[in-house]
Write a new protein. Structure first.
Length: 282
């Protein structure tokens, strides 16, 4: 924060005071803009305190990442959040996947009708606040109307209703996934992709690009000018390589952003067990 500095009523005094103010502003901005360290990022793998309120299994998930100019994202993200970068670049992703075994916790609570399973497709980037790295979602498309309503109200997330289909194909040597989504809310957006899964990757290590892009254990959201943070917990991502067969998408463009350049960086996960904590106002 900018600090008050007393002005001396002489030409030189005023000049020196202004210099002090400028230096203090630069110092404060530098302090605010320091990204999370590798230890900060690794610490997010620890299980949060308290009781999670939901369990989910995620699977058939494909991370599709592109580099993007940070300046393009800045108007779309709350000012209090810093955009997280790797090697000087911001990143944007489209992530299609499916969920099952969705249930409230503690486990004695009954299942919620219409929330046992769902397909979801999100558009995201990466941010941090107070050295806590997390995800900022631009949109989340889901084929469960109940999930859309609940997430909008409780997690303050930009969920949209969509018609989504996922199909799988096994051959003697390869495994393919085909995923298509058509949003039924406004603004319109569509997605269709097919990919082939590949070999398993080693456990992700801090400092790697793969760790930066995928090892994210909290989400940020905003409602009526208030910021919220919600934690999740799971084992480190068991990632595989993937090869893109087909991609037609307007998900990123629906945010008013340009079409990303080049092919996306791909990472696939077959299955992951996740616990979810309630959001807290920051």
């Amino acid at each position: 924060m900018m600090k008050a500095t007393a002005f001396v009523h002489t030409r030189g005094g005023v000049k020196n005071s202004l210099i002090m103010v400028v230096r203090e502003i630069k110092l404060d901005r530098t302090m605010e803009e320091q990204p999370p360290s590798s230890l900060d990022r690794l610490a997010m793998r620890q299980r949060p305190k308290g009781q999670p309120i939901m369990h989910q299994n995620w699977g058939k998930l494909l991370f599709m990442h592109w580099r993007i100019d940070e300046k393009l994202l800045r108007p779309l993200i709350p000012e209090a959040l810093e955009i997280d970068t790797f090697d000087g670049s911001a990143w944007i992703a489209v992530a299609p996947f499916t969920m099952w075994d969705i249930r409230a916790l503690p486990p004695f609570l009954p299942p919620v009708p219409g929330l046992r399973s769902a397909h979801e497709l999100n558009v995201r980037t990466y941010v941090y606040l107070d050295n806590v790295p997390g995800v900022w979602f631009f949109s989340l498309d889901c084929n469960s109307a109940a999930a859309v309503l609940a997430a909008r109200a409780f997690y303050h997330l930009p969920y949209y209703k969509a018609e989504i289909e996922l199909t799988e194909k096994n051959t003697s040597e390869d495994y393919f996934v085909d995923y298509s989504s058509v949003r039924t809310d406004d603004p319109p957006a569509e997605f269709h992709s097919s990919w082939k899964t590949g070999e398993k990757l080693p456990t992700l290590q801090p400092g790697s690009l793969e760790f930066f892009l995928t090892e994210r254990y909290c989400l940020y959201s905003e409602d009526a000018g208030n910021l919220y943070r919600a934690r999740i917990h799971h084992q480190p991502w068991p990632l595989q390589t993937a090869k893109l067969i087909l991609l037609n998408s307007s998900m990123i463009e629906s945010q008013g952003l340009p079409t990303p350049e080049g092919d996306p960086l791909l990472h696939y996960c077959e299955e992951l067990s996740v616990d979810v904590w309630p959001p807290g106002k920051i």
